[in-house]
Design a protein around this ligand. Structure first.
Ligand SMILES: Nc1nc2c(c(=O)[nH]1)N[C@H]1C(S)=C(S)[C@@H](COP(=O)(O)OP(=O)(O)OC[C@H]3O[C@@H](n4cnc5c(N)ncnc54)[C@H](O)[C@@H]3O)O[C@H]1N2
Ligand code: MOO
Ligand SMILES: [Mg+2]
Length: 642
């Protein structure tokens, strides 16, 4: 990456047949250098580290611009010459196609400055813009014109350069004005490549020919633990909302501790159908002086005196003075009212104990008891919803639920619902239906963005659209070494996303890519999963689902793990493997058994069928080449135990 301890790296390219034949004629190049030096005021804010002279030759101009931006990773390239109406002037024509973003404002500022000096500036044809992380400007060939143009924009260059790199511009802005260059760099994958000649892009798949592609992945292969901690460092629970307590809460996570507002029961209640008694009265025949049935009543229940009993039903309020309840089975009717409809006196056969068969106020749940905690998932079992309802909670604060978008990519990928027969080379999209199914069972909302072809513009458009609508975007395909694997450069260059990693030492899922875009306050996460159906599904479970859970506020966002015994030998892979298996409980052995789903190639989606766990297998070493039947392994649960 480009900001050195000395400041912004600059390349000055003089484009002139004359100067290329005799470098002493390159006054404009020298003039531009002086302008940068003066603006740096001895602090090397701008450091001209490259200077070159080329003739007015289309290919030569393009080659050096690509070299300086893609591989040398200069912050700023400024050219002088070749912008006029002369027959040989082709600088704008050579440079414009290399620009991924046009900076009309800078061009305008340069033109306006020249126009103030001479109307002939109207005959100048400057272009400026961004390629990768490099800002490119063209100025006229005359030393005076070049100087005026650069001076017109030099104060905005640090800020512009910071924005091009994906920063906010604030720090660089301050740095420029305080003239204290710092070495503080943005945390992105480029840092790891600072000293490498080749940049992180796979050649230049966005505009360069396949012959220029890199033949080794520039992305460092990080470990699974590193990948998980990078993702976690960019993931925080979304904000909270207040919602009513009802069944729609299922699947949401509480954003607050909840305390009981009402006691349960709210009055002393009978546990049985029978008679409220005064325990110390003991067995005997007693008049039935009242009735207390479970129902709402305006007045308090009657007050019992020694020698009296009252009829009561389960849940009925126990009358004042009563100290126990005796069940109807332990009594006999002695006398009735004259019409025979009411009990008059009843014999109690048993000696009741104090408080027997009475639920005191708040004995189930007292006021102020914590009934649900922040971070707790409200499940479909119903328990949590019922508890909240029972203690008078009518609304609660829950975390907003993240919405994730899904996008398949690939020219060969066709919609799974497509009625037509497959053409030669086509494959049905199994990734989107898989993710739609996972969204249904996990309860996370999903937006389907269909299939994008391997075309930069289409990819850029759909990525932008999707990112405007979701919290997390999950794409599949196009992240490896193929010439149509465009996702990484499109994210980074066209969208200005920051790639945090692009390769993980794992199987399947090696090219899994993670990027973020936007400001800290409105950051979107992007998971570029591999296209192979198994790789896509496994990495969804390992990375995306835990992230969704964390965003949704889950206290325990990682998927649960159990220990299981292998039922067959498994050859290990040089990469730690997530082997698909079915876990079942063996009641005789008292442990879980893991049955492999068979051939594990990343394209074989059949290996996901009936799979409810991913066995976490270690990488192969000289000492350990296979795990034998009977070995206990960690199994990450992704499905139900049957
Ligand atoms: N030279 C190298 N080649 C590959 C490497 C490598 O390191 N060097 N890595 C391999 C690994 S590992 C994987 S995994 C794949 C990942 O490939 P991509 O993510 O670039 O995906 P594509 O090239 O677009 O597709 C790969 C494969 O999957 C099929 N596919 C894609 N999308 C879907 C879908 N929605 N439904 C079903 N099948 C899909 C696609 O047709 C290809 O067959 O790269 C290896 N290559
Ligand atoms: O790592 Mo790739 O995901 O083999 O399939
Ligand atoms: Mg590929």
């Amino acid at each position: 990456m480009s900001i050195s301890a000395q400041g912004y790296t600059v390349g000055i390219l003089t484009i002139s047949d004359t100067a290329s034949a005799d470098s002493t004629k390159d006054i404009s190049g020298q003039t531009l250098k002086t302008v940068f030096e003066q603006a740096s005021k001895g602090n090397k804010i701008f450091e001209v580290i490259k200077s070159a002279i080329v003739p007015d030759d289309f290919d030569k101009i393009q080659n050096i611009i690509k070299q300086w931006s893609d591989y040398e990773k200069l912050d700023i390239i400024i050219t002088t010459g070749g912008t006029g109406f002369g027959v040989k002037d082709i600088t704008p024509e050579a440079i414009q196609p290399l620009l991924q973003k046009i900076s009309s404002g800078i061009t305008h500022a340069m033109l306006a400055a020249s126009l103030q000096k001479t109307p002939f500036a109207a005959l100048s044809r400057p272009v400026s813009g961004v390629r990768g992380k490099t800002l490119i400007l063209t100025t006229p060939g005359s030393p005076k014109g070049a100087k005026e143009n650069l001076e017109a924009v030099i104060n905005v260059l640090p800020h512009a350069t910071d924005l091009v790199r994906g920063g906010t511009g604030e720090d660089i802005h301050m740095q420029f004005h305080s003239q204290k260059p710092s070495n503080d760099q943005h945390h992105c994958i480029h840092q790891k490549h600072e000293n490498e000649k080749a940049g992180p892009f796979l050649s230049d798949p966005l505009s360069g020919p396949v012959t220029q592609r890199q033949r080794k992945s520039p992305y460092p292969m990080i470990t699974m633990d590193e990948a998980l901690s990078i993702i976690a460092s960019h993931t925080e629970a979304l904000g909270s909302i207040t919602v009513p307590v009802d069944e729609k809460l299922v699947g949401m996570v509480l954003a607050e501790d909840v305390y009981a507002k009402e006691p349960v029961p709210a009055y002393r209640a009978s546990i049985l159908d029978g008679y409220a008694v005064i325990a110390s009265d003991g067995p005997g025949i007693y008049p039935v002086v009242g009735v207390s049935i479970a129902s709402a009543s305006q007045s308090e229940a009657i007050e019992l005196k020694s020698g009296q009993i009252a009829r009561i039903t389960t849940g009925g309020p126990v009358p004042k003075g009563a100290t126990a309840v005796v069940m109807v089975e332990d009594t006999t009717l002695v006398s009735t009212s004259t019409d025979g409809l009411q009990e008059e006196s009843v014999e109690i056969h048993v000696k009741a104990r104090d408080n027997e068969w009475i639920r005191e106020i708040g004995s189930d749940t007292s006021i102020g008891t914590i009934v649900a905690r922040k971070g707790e998932l409200l499940t479909a079992v119903g328990g949590e919803i019922g508890v909240l309802a029972s203690v008078g909670i009518r609304e609660v604060q829950v975390y907003k639920r993240p919405i994730f978008g899904i996008l398949s990519t690939g020219n060969e990928v066709i919609d799974f619902k497509d009625q037509n027969e497959l053409k030669y080379g086509q494959i049905r999209d199994s990734n989107r239906p898989t993710f739609l199914a996972i969204s249904k069972v996990t309860g996370f909302d999903v937006k389907d963005f269909g299939i994008a072809s391997d075309n930069v513009q289409e990819l850029e458009n759909v990525l932008k659209l999707a990112l405007s609508q979701v919290d997390i975007l999950v794409t599949t395909g196009g992240v490896s070494m193929g010439e149509f694997d465009l996702l990484k450069p499109t994210l980074e260059r066209s969208l200005g996303a920051t790639l945090h990693f692009g390769r993980i030492k794992m199987k399947p899922g090696k090219p899994t890519t993670f990027a973020t875009i936007g400001t800290e306050k409105s950051k979107k996460l992007i998971f570029g999963l591999p296209g192979n159906p198994v790789s896509a599904t496994v990495t969804f479970y390992l990375f995306v689902l835990p992230t969704l859970r964390k965003l949704a506020g889950y206290e325990k966002w990682n998927l649960p793990t159990v220990q299981a015994e292998l039922t067959n030998n498994i050859n290990l892979d040089p990469r730690p493997e997530y082997h698909r298996a079915m876990i079942l409980f063996d009641h005789t052995k008292g442990k879980f058994l893991a049955v492999s789903t068979g051939h594990q190639i990343s394209s074989r989606i059949l290996s996901m069928r009936s799979c409810n766990a991913l066995l976490k297998l270690p990488e192969k070493t000289d000492q350990l080449k296979e795990l034998s039947k009977g070995t206990m392994v960690n199994a990450i649960l992704i499905g139900q135990l049957n």
